[in-house]
Design a protein around this ligand. Structure first.
Ligand code: NAD
Ligand code: DAU
Length: 380
């Protein structure tokens, strides 16, 4: 069957990638979706069980650093669109092993850019619709100061416009033109890959787009990240390791809303442009942790506050960025996207999903994961 578009999604077996693949496969029956993933510890084909037999879907196990394989795929599947999510994504791991992050996030992105460039240059002049869409993070912008006034209850922001936030709280956000200032090896590697993507536009005229998103939460997230880790630990009555004083602020977006934004931007975003994606939903870690505890306890039928005693303050993450806060006004105004879920609804759905999918969690948290956990948390 001839497809209208041939899209390569990298990292589609990971957390966000699996939501993007699912959305595209289900929504666009006339697109062929090739999901390229190396299946590292973070990649899991169980995340895509419901769509694996669809006629417009194909999984290919490959490494984005394998340039010959990328060329073969570009040519073999006539790829005209790339949505690039494959990456090493966990800050704590990058602090322990920065080399893997440079290899995958920088060299892998470069290999993908070059493979796309060579294939697209071989197409007839005027071939429309080519897109190299690179998924990046708000962490490349660095860190903002903690300026929430005393007595303001979480969440610190509402879904009002950013201008109103400024007036209400007199504080700063990450904008599309905020200067890059990454601090962790993870964010440095993502910043570097963003620069390569933009350089390929500026030098070779590649039709690129970059988006920078805030913290995602929702189903299928690997339990090294705060929310699934804490849900699982509460269920097993294990300590909840809060880094430092728990005062760091993150801006949380439900993962399906990120996937919807990617869909809108892939189709309607301006080439060579950048869009920030976020839900104006900032929380101090300790406050979000209390919400998680309350929700898990309620859903497990425990008395309110039963798991509060699991909170354990541990040594802070090295170079821990204090606050991230995305201004996504441009995306909202220009392309009409907005988050569909309020946080209360999103966190309820998320906790329920993890409690209802214990098998998924147990499968991941056996074997290698135990070694990781022991190693990562032993000296904290
Ligand atoms: P994840 O760690 O859950 O998934 C990453 C996927 O990439 C995995 O399936 C893994 O197997 C695959 N992968 C890793 N190295 C590879 C390689 N060399 N070749 C091919 N595949 C490889 O990550 P995630 O949280 O879903 O993040 C996806 C992307 O979104 C990343 O680029 C990340 O930087 C970005 N991002 C994440 C968040 C977040 O909150 N999770 C927020 C903003 C941006
Ligand atoms: O901002 C976007 C980024 O969000 C993405 O680019 C990254 O890929 C993603 O991992 C995420 O990075 P964070 O470092 O913000 O996420 P993490 O879940 O690791 O941590 C969230 C906050 O919780 C952070 O301030 C550190 C803290 N934390 C985390 C863990 C794992 C703890 O206090 N204890 C923990 O055990």
């Amino acid at each position: 069957m001839g497809f209208k578009r041939n899209i390569l999604i990298t990292g589609g077996a990971g957390f966000i990638g699996s939501h993007v693949v699912r959305l595209f496969v289900n929504k666009y029956a006339d697109y062929h979706i090739v999901n390229l993933d190396k299946l590292t510890y973070a990649g899991n084909l169980a995340n895509l069980k419901d769509i694996e037999d669809k006629p417009n879907y194909l999984f290919v196990k490959a490494d984005i650093c394998d340039f010959a394989k990328l060329q073969e795929l570009m040519n073999g599947y006539h790829v005209d669109g790339i949505i690039h999510l494959a990456a090493e994504s966990h800050v704590d791991r990058s602090i322990k092993d920065p080399f893997t992050f440079a290899q995958t996030n920088v060299m892998g992105t470069l290999a993908l850019l070059q493979a796309a460039k060579l294939y697209w240059e071989s197409l007839p002049e005027g071939y429309e619709g080519k897109r190299f869409y690179h998924i990046s993070t708000d962490e490349v912008y660095g860190a903002l100061e903690l300026t929430h006034p005393e007595g303001v209850e979480p969440p610190f922001t509402t879904t009002a416009s950013s201008a109103e936030h400024h007036l209400a709280y007199g504080k700063d956000f990450f904008y599309e033109d905020t200067k890059y200032n990454p601090h962790s090896p993870y964010s440095a590697s993502k910043a570097s890959s963003d620069h390569f993507v933009r350089a390929f536009h500026d030098t070779y005229g590649m039709p690129t787009i970059v988006t920078n998103c805030s913290n995602n939460y929702g189903p299928y997230q690997f339990p090294e990240k705060l929310i699934p880790l804490f849900i699982n630990n509460i269920r097993h009555r294990k300590p909840l390791p809060v880094y430092g004083k728990g005062e760091n602020v993150r801006d949380w977006l439900y993962v399906e809303d990120h996937a919807r934004a990617i869909d809108v931007i892939f189709h309607n975003g301006r080439v060579a442009d950048t869009y920030n994606i976020g839900g104006f939903n900032e929380w101090k870690n300790i406050d979000i942790i209390k919400v998680i505890i309350k929700t898990v306890d309620r859903l497990l039928g425990n008395p309110e506050g039963a798991s509060l005693d699991l909170i354990t303050y541990v040594t802070d993450r090295k170079g821990h960025d204090m606050r991230y806060a995305i201004d996504s006004t441009k995306l909202q105004k220009e392309l009409g996207w907005e988050p569909s879920l309020q946080f209360e609804e999103g966190i309820e759905k998320t906790v329920r999903w993890y409690l209802d999918h214990q098998e998924w969690m147990d499968h991941i948290t056996s074997g290698e994961y135990e070694k990781y956990y022991e190693e990562m948390y032993k000296n904290r």
